[in-house]
Write a protein that binds this ligand. Structure first.
Ligand code: 5GP
Ligand code: MG
Length: 202
């Protein structure tokens, strides 16, 4: 009897942790519109003027944008085309969210070896600054390549308490500490193609 109860407990526990792992997949119905594309477009223009002004002594040499794939895809595409200064483009791939899709996991970075940044004015661009670990770790790695300067820009900055005090140099929007998708940001690789930014309903 006792053994059966213990076995039953283990089966229940295993099933619960399994269903927690797989969860139910979120659909677009679980999200609501947060930032419409018109607003993204306007803010991008504004940000492009600010960045161009800040780098106005780089009108000839230009800047090197290092984008963090894949989330920064659209913000880099739109921002770089709106800059008044020339830019060259390179990228690294970073992923931190595991199978769950909304819970941060181990950070992995690919493509650092290839980057040649010595003497260049580098702008590192990511989709979102959450814990800050991705940008923090990437910054340390890029600095080892002796750029002339290094700044960071993110599309979204989450308003939340975090261990690091260092914030990105530029952010387009400050948002609440909620899970967002669209305009490059994914849930299990989906929704990057949405033109607007959506937030998970609570
Ligand atoms: P951090 O290292 O700052 O905690 O997280 C940065 C990375 O986590 C981002 O580049 C992004 O891929 C992912 N991330 C953090 N918050 C969100 C979010 O709300 N939505 C999505 N789709 N990804 C997020
Ligand atoms: Mg991601």
């Amino acid at each position: 009897m006792k053994v059966r109860v213990i076995m039953g407990f283990f089966i229940f526990f295993h099933a619960t942790s399994l269903s927690m792992k797989t969860g139910h997949d979120l659909s677009i119905n679980d999200f609501k519109l947060l930032i419409p594309k018109k607003e993204i477009k306007e803010r991008t223009k504004q940000m492009a003027s600010k960045v161009s002004q800040d780098y106005s002594n780089q009108r000839i040499q230009g800047i090197t944008i290092v984008m963090v794939m894949k989330g920064a895809l659209h913000v880099v595409s739109d921002l770089s085309r709106a800059l008044d200064i020339p830019s060259t483009l390179d990228f690294v791939q970073a992923s931190s969210y595991g199978q769950n899709g909304t819970v941060s996991g181990q950070l992995s970075v690919m493509g650092l070896e290839r980057l040649e940044l010595a003497g260049k004015h580098v702008l590192l661009v990511d989709d979102i600054f959450d814990t800050g670990k991705t940008i923090g770790a990437l910054k340390q790695e890029l600095l080892k390549k002796n750029p002339a300067s290094l700044k960071t820009l993110v599309l979204l900055l989450k308003d939340k308490p975090r261990e690091t005090k260092e914030l990105p140099d530029y952010h387009l929007f400050l948002i609440k500490n909620q899970f967002v998708i669209g305009y490059g940001l994914d849930y299990k690789e989906k929704f990057r193609d949405l033109p607007d930014i959506w937030v998970k309903k609570d």
